[in-house]
Design a protein around this ligand. Sequence first.
Ligand code: FAD
Length: 282
Amino acid sequence: MKLKEIYANKENFKISFEVFPPKETDKYKNLYSELENLKKYNPAFISLTWGAGGNNNNSVNLIKTFKNMDFEIMPHFTCVSSSKKFVGEHLAKLKELNIENILALRGDLPEDISKRCTDFNYANELVEYIKHNSDLSIGVAGYPEGHIEAENLEADIKNLKRKVNAGADVIFTQLFFDNNIFYKYLEKLDKENITIPIVPGIMPILSKKQIDRMTSLAKITIPNKLKNCIEKYGESNSDMQKFGVEFGYTQCEDLIKNGIKGLHFYTLNKSKSVNEILKNII
Ligand code: FAD
């Protein structure tokens, strides 16, 4: 089913799970069993990340396996350094696989930008290309605190609007830990007449290391409650995970109360915490 139709049905909110292709082949079986653990939540789709500069050779096989497991798929795709020819070939592959959705991204810029192909400079150009060259329903990324390269949130929202105008159907946000930031973002998007569904990205907290990494890569505010708990439990991953489930549950419960259309979980290929959070919600 297309993203557009998935979120058009307002009866209940939609759950989706992001996974990434494991680096080691022996971890594939593990990923499938983690996803089996989450099947009971009847996810609207599984989203599969794409390495901007990495090896994506296993994507097609993973998509086939997920389809055989009866999941709908939203593969991600990054256009940075991709030629139009390559993007065209990729879209043809997705068509062959009967894929209906895509998350259209620019991707992080490579270190040596002078050597990259510049057929696509920003995600809005990719959205436009996909819209004209396929029937795919298109998701795009949104950043409640602004993208790390953007001058400010307002400028980033103007650029998000370009993706919407080019044909995006749904916005999936970067993770955030403070729901008030997300609600203010929704107000700002509304003022810009961005009316397509905006689905919050939720990442269960697993360790201090994970939070340090995320906050070094993106603009993500750590609320005081979380700061205090990192100080208290940061040395113990099991304590952090326990706290993370409670934090994630409270965050999701509040989002649902405030009428969100869906929850998109960054699972990190692990089902335990997502399961613990969802079992108290659904
Ligand atoms: P864009 O929308 O192009 O924005 C990039 C920057 O350029 C922003 O600062 C924006 O304000 C600015 N900008 C945008 N358009 C214009 C314009 N026309 N003119 C001037 N400035 C402009 N990365 C991966 O490598 N693989 C993944 O699978 C992946 N999945 C993701 C899933 C989600 C839900 C999210 C939120 C992010 C994901 N990312 C992934 C990370 C993403 O690739 C990076 O954040 C990347 O740096 C930006 O991609 P984008 O599509 O948001 O880019």
